[in-house]
Design a binder for this molecule. Structure first.
Ligand SMILES: Cc1cc2nc3c(=O)[nH]c(=O)nc-3n(C[C@H](O)[C@H](O)[C@H](O)COP(=O)(O)OP(=O)(O)OC[C@H]3O[C@@H](n4cnc5c(N)ncnc54)[C@H](O)[C@@H]3O)c2cc1C
Length: 474
């Protein structure tokens, strides 16, 4: 406490009066874990880290911060990939950790809803739904650590978006503490409520810049009781998009995954891992992993076979294997899930979290390939991911034999090339991970000026002192 100014010291004393000694951290060694993220890309500084356990405590902290003019950086599980949860280095805000707000408030099976506090991990939310014999479908590789509050603040995506939508689509109500400490009680369970603006949607995806999410009413779904999975070989992304359109018409909402994999990705997996096999008798330039799921116990296999047969007759696919066992299903999924990891073993990889309209994916990918071949000779595109969401992880591996660092030094140049093509197709430069501090400077180049102006107006109205997560998004 010695290094603090008198006003900062007074502020800390007032925080401790609300939270007690243990939950106001000021020593560098205690704060360290909250000031960097696991990849070590962002490092921040802070006046203190506070760990409230109730909405009321969050409200008191925000009231005190507003009075003292101290900025607040909300943090959940600290798994965000754009630095939104880490304070800007050299500044002295409070880091507000939400992880102690971790209670399951209610499960209501008649409304099919669950009311949860923001600091529950996504895995804990999924487990609570499972215990009630329901499904909460949001699923991310970080689910053991990320919190539902962070998921809503970033409008997280993940693997089931094609069937259930992203985080925004899974919420009915929300509780938020505003910048001045007032609590917005909007924990509605209503599916129909047209009494003015839908306020929850202003806070979802706002990355902690408009308010602190302290609780939410989540939608629950019937648990899938059967699955059918196939790995399909096809000629090109155009065939994949046509297959998706055909399959949707046959299977509707039961398609829960439709993942595109390029041959180069399969080659990387086979080269860098053990125990994985080429999934089909011959090699194909592209693959699709399709999975259907249903609360009914029977009927899915027939639907999948009908899709494959019809697609074969239409000339959309070249070959397919249906998973006959759980082990086979896992083997197919492993080929998809290992893609990020094996790319790392091929040297430098420049990543993009982009989306374009589904119909434009084939042209987008062709243009990426053509432009990169010209501007960065030898660069190897390894685009894969959620075709059904228009969200392709457009990752670029370094040329064979190139120097890794020299290639990674082209990060901005390659980003600029890809983002320009994304803009041409009216896509998004951040499909899932948000803007945070990483993409803040890019936003004015890609966002409609009127949309940006409206965003600034909302920010000014809800946070006139600019204290909520400064230096992020806008
Ligand atoms: C291995 C891995 C896989 C991932 N896969 C995916 C994926 O498939 N899809 C995807 O979308 N993301 C993915 N992510 C990114 C990340 O997990 C998500 O963005 C997640 O939603 C962040 O949750 P968190 O609790 O960790 O939030 P944090 O990282 O702590 O914070 C993220 C942002 O939300 C704000 N925030 C956090 N809590 C609150 C709150 N209660 N109120 C207001 N603002 C808040 C923070 O200020 C920050 O701006 C992945 C990350 C990793 C490490």
């Amino acid at each position: 406490m010695d290094r603090l100014s008198v006003s900062d010291r007074d502020f800390i004393i007032r925080l401790r009066a609300v939270l007690g000694e243990t939950h106001v951290l000021t020593e560098p060694v205690d704060m360290a874990a909250y000031l960097q993220e696991p990849r070590g890309l962002f490092h921040g500084t802070a006046l203190a880290v506070v760990r409230p356990a109730t909405t009321q405590e969050v409200a008191c902290i925000l009231k005190l911060s507003a009075e003292a003019g101290i900025a607040v950086v909300p943090q959940g599980g600290d798994t965000g990939l754009v630095g939104g949860q880490i304070p800007i280095a050299g500044t002295k805000p409070l880091v507000l950790s939400l992880t102690r707000l971790d209670r399951l408030r209610e499960v209501d099976l008649h409304s099919d809803t669950m009311t949860v506090e923001a600091g529950m991990t996504l895995a804990a939310v999924q487990e609570a739904a499972d215990a009630a014999d329901r499904l909460f479908p949001l699923s991310l590789a970080s689910e053991g650590s990320c919190t539902i509050g962070g998921n809503l603040a970033t409008n997280a995506g993940g693997t089931n978006v094609i069937a259930y939508g992203n985080a925004r689509a899974l919420v009915l109500g929300i509780e938020v503490v505003l910048a001045d400490g007032r609590i917005l009680h909007d924990l509605s369970k209503l599916k129909k409520d047209n009494t003015g603006y839908d306020l929850k949607d202003i806070f979802i995806g706002s990355e902690g810049t408009l308010g602190i999410i302290t609780a939410a009413v989540l939608k629950l779904f019937p648990k899938p009781r059967s699955r059918a999975t196939a790995l399909i070989g096809l000629a090109d992304p155009r065939a994949a998009v046509d297959l998706l359109t055909f399959a949707r018409n046959e299977a509707g909402g039961s398609i829960i995954a439709f993942e595109l994999i390029p041959r180069i990705g399969i080659d990387f997996v086979l080269k860098h891992t053990h125990g994985n096999q080429d999934p089909l008798a011959k090699t194909h330039l592209w693959y699709v992993l399709i999975e259907l799921a249903s609360p009914q116990t029977e009927g899915l296999d027939d639907i999948l076979l009908r899709i494959l047969q019809g697609a074969m007759e239409k000339g959309l696919i070249e070959d397919a294997a249906v998973a006959a066992t759980l082990a086979q299903r896992d083997a197919f999924w492993r080929l998809r899930e290992l893609l990020s990891e094996v790319q790392g073993r091929e040297g430098g990889s420049i990543k993009h979290d982009v989306s374009v309209p589904i119909a434009d994916i084939p042209d987008f990918l062709s243009e990426v390939e053509a432009t990169l071949t010209e501007k960065v000779p030898g660069a190897r595109p390894v685009p894969f991911g959620h075709v059904g969401d228009g969200n392709i992880h457009c990752n670029i591996s370094q040329p064979l034999g190139a120097d890794k660092q020299e290639f990674l030094d082209c990060w901005d140049e390659v980003n600029t090339i890809i983002h320009a093509i994304v803009a041409k197709y009216h896509g998004s430069i951040s499909a899932e991970h948000g803007i945070g501090q990483l993409k803040r400077a890019l936003l004015p180049n890609v966002k409609d000026p009127v949309a940006l102006d409206v965003m600034r107006t909302i920010k000014q109205a809800l946070d006139p002192q600019g204290l909520l997560n400064p230096g992020k998004v806008l």
